[in-house]
Write a protein that binds this ligand. Structure first.
Ligand code: ZN
Length: 148
């Protein structure tokens, strides 16, 4: 009985582990396309397992967004626009660890996206990619993927 419980917990942890991965951003403000890693995690999952894919990052200074990455300048422009709207170094939290602008940018974009899921595939548009927006890197970031 104990062996069975340990085996079930182990299988559960393996499944959870498979639905989570880490990436490393390269600079303070960065964009990392995570579409292919997520496709690999959800491929083969059946429709009975859910109708949508949740992509979530459990951090306060990065965010998940969906946008075009065919032209990488789109994401670079998004970083530039956020930088223009939210200048660094003028916020109360900067007295603590000098990254208030990163928290604000992450809050505006948000920590997650939900994508419709059908016939084992995410229903992303032709030009849509899933992007991690980094605002206080370089850091290792965890991405959690769940089928809802
Ligand atoms: Zn902070």
């Amino acid at each position: 009985m104990i062996f069975l419980c340990v085996a079930i917990i182990y299988i559960f942890l393996v499944i959870l582990k498979l639905m989570e991965f880490t990436i490393r951003s390269r600079k303070r403000e960065d964009v990392v396309d995570i579409t292919e890693q997520i496709k690999k995690l959800v491929v083969g999952k059946k429709a009975e397992e859910g109708k949508a894919v949740l992509v979530y990052t459990p951090h306060t200074t990065c965010a998940i967004m969906i946008n075009e990455n065919y032209d990488p300048n789109v994401c670079i422009d998004i970083l530039a626009a956020l930088k223009n709207m939210i200048p660094a170094g003028k916020w109360l939290h900067d007295k603590i660890d000098d990254n208030a602008d990163a928290h604000i940018k992450a809050s505006i974009i948000g920590p997650s996206v939900v994508i419709p899921f059908e016939n084992g595939k995410m229903k992303l548009g032709t030009w849509q990619n899933i992007i991690l927006g980094e605002f206080d890197g370089p850091k290792e970031r965890t991405i959690i993927v769940e089928i809802l």
